[in-house]
Design a protein around this ligand. Structure first.
Ligand SMILES: Nc1nc2c(ncn2[C@@H]2O[C@H](COP(=O)(O)OP(=O)(O)OP(=O)(O)O)[C@@H](O)[C@H]2O)c(=O)[nH]1
Ligand SMILES: [Mg+2]
Length: 458
């Protein structure tokens, strides 16, 4: 049975060639393990905390040397997990780290599960849940701004805001419960107007957090676009122009692209995945048929489309058919090849509706800036600012919405003079939802799910 009291070990660095690898051991027996496998000038049990000793790792059974290492000793509670911890920095590469890992396990400790070091940090009160999630977001940050948002969260700025909200609800709940306890004695009855004011101001703050959080989640997860249009309009050229590299093959032959080719760009800190497709032309060719299936898939999985037309030609039936097919989802019309005399007439397909339109020359890289601006507008990221303490995960936003719903119920309850017990219940539920964000009342399955997202060794 796996227990949170076991001493655990894992390789904390990615596998493969590198300068060094780090093996991390955490738990009550960390120093016992170090004594068994490490030989150096000083004893790990005896040196002070946060000190590094040079020495070698040896197999405690065969006495065989495994690697020369630096061993860092960190004593509880001032460690990442809050437990006694040793970190062994050995030579990079797969074999030394793997051998040291096996040697540690041979002393009777076990391999750490995914995210178990961070889970222990959480269980030992070193981090709350929102901060633990911030660590995940730091690993997966795709842009500088995403990293900054995650660092704010790691600093506990979101948690601080949630705690302030909770404190004000707790005081409200106390007032209401007090009025229940002393209902007969008429000692203290909170005034209806002030209760409503407190509930509403909390709802306002939650609304603001949700609003900012929705756009901030763009920083974490980004957005994605499919480039769609008939053959030869310059879809692959547009992909290359946006990526600033020759990713996709470009030729004058219609039907050059068969597969979906994608790449990431960073527009003002928003990671955007762009997929070049082969479009939707009628075909009997098996390769193109598969390509068209992939275009459909790209269309379904991306958040919006870039509909490309050839500005030097008049619109054809095929342009119209493709446009009709994709117009239900958000899109930007991209008129390409504007370096050539313009013949296209877009009003033909837009039919009076208003769509963002951009004129570009993928060949000459003109109009790309304006296209980026339109993309930011379309995904609602023009006013995105990395504030301190913004919720960045869907989990946070769901819980904030749940808290808000309970408070709206509480508001109705107070307005309609419902029983204070019911109002206190709504407030309690709102408090639970807020508490779940920072991990105070988070069910075990949800905790497990969150820590499963981590890699082994973190
Ligand atoms: N003048 C001009 N030519 C362009 C421009 N963009 C693309 N082209 C040319 O148009 C032709 C087709 O370009 P691609 O980028 O391969 O077009 P595509 O839509 O990906 O074509 P398929 O993959 O065949 O569907 C090539 O000869 C390009 O050089 C542009 O902005 N101006
Ligand atoms: Mg192409």
């Amino acid at each position: 049975m796996v227990s949170d009291n076991d001493t655990i070990v894992a390789i904390a660095t990615p596998s493969g060639a590198g300068g060094i690898s780090v093996i991390r051991v955490s738990g009550n027996d960390a120093f016992v393990v170090a004594e068994k496998i490490f030989k150096g000038n000083s004893s790990p049990q005896e040196i002070g905390s946060h000190r590094v000793i040079y020495g070698k790792i040896v197999d405690p059974v065969t006495d065989e040397d495994i690697d020369k290492v630096l061993l860092t000793v960190m004593r509880s509670p001032k460690t990442y997990t809050g437990e006694d911890t040793i970190e062994i920095s050995c030579h990079g590469g797969i074999v030394p780290a793997q051998r040291i890992l096996e040697t540690c396990i041979s002393t009777g400790i076990r391999m750490a599960e995914r995210g178990e070091f961070t889970k222990r940090a959480f269980l030992n009160g070193k981090l709350d849940l929102a901060q633990a999630e911030a660590i995940l977001d730091i690993f997966s940050a795709k842009t500088r701004e995403g990293l900054r948002g995650a660092l704010y969260q790691l600093d506990g700025l979101l948690s601080k805001k949630i705690k302030i909200l909770k404190d004000s609800l707790v005081s409200l709940q106390c007032d209401i419960e007090l009025s229940l306890d002393f209902a007969d004695e008429d000692i203290y009855v909170p005034e209806k107007g002030s209760v409503l004011e407190k509930i509403n101001s909390t709802i306002d703050i939650i609304n603001e957090l949700i609003k900012k959080g929705k756009s901030a989640s763009l920083l974490r997860d980004g957005a994605s676009a499919a480039i769609i249009g008939k053959p030869n309009v310059g879809k692959s050229s547009l992909l290359n122009a946006l990526l600033l590299e020759e990713r996709a093959i470009v030729t004058p032959v219609p039907g050059t692209t068969r597969d979906v080719i994608d790449g990431w760009i960073n527009i003002n800190g928003i990671p955007l995945k762009i997929c070049d497709t082969c479009g939707f032309q009628d075909t009997e060719n098996i390769i193109e048929t598969i390509g068209i299936e992939k275009t459909k898939e790209a269309m379904e999985t991306t958040s919006f489309s870039l509909f490309v037309t050839d500005g030097s030609l008049e619109l054809e039936k095929e342009d119209r058919e493709i446009f009709t097919r994709i117009k239900k989802k958000p899109l930007i019309i991209v008129i390409n090849k504007v370096d050539l005399p313009k013949r296209v007439n877009i009003s033909d397909i837009v039919n009076g509706s208003s769509y963002p339109i951009c004129e570009v020359s993928a060949k000459e890289h003109t109009g790309i800036e304006q296209l980026n601006e339109e993309i930011l507008k379309l995904i609602g990221a023009t006013e995105l600012k990395i504030d301190e303490g913004i919720p960045t995960r869907t989990r946070h936003l769901d819980l904030l919405s749940r808290a808000k719903k309970c408070l709206v119920n509480a508001n109705i309850g107070v307005s309609e003079n419902k029983s204070p017990e019911l109002i206190a219940l709504d407030i309690k539920e709102a408090l639970n939802s807020l508490g779940e964000i920072i991990g105070e009342v988070t069910p075990k399955e949800i905790l497990d799910k969150i820590f499963q997202e981590f890699c082994i060794g973190k």
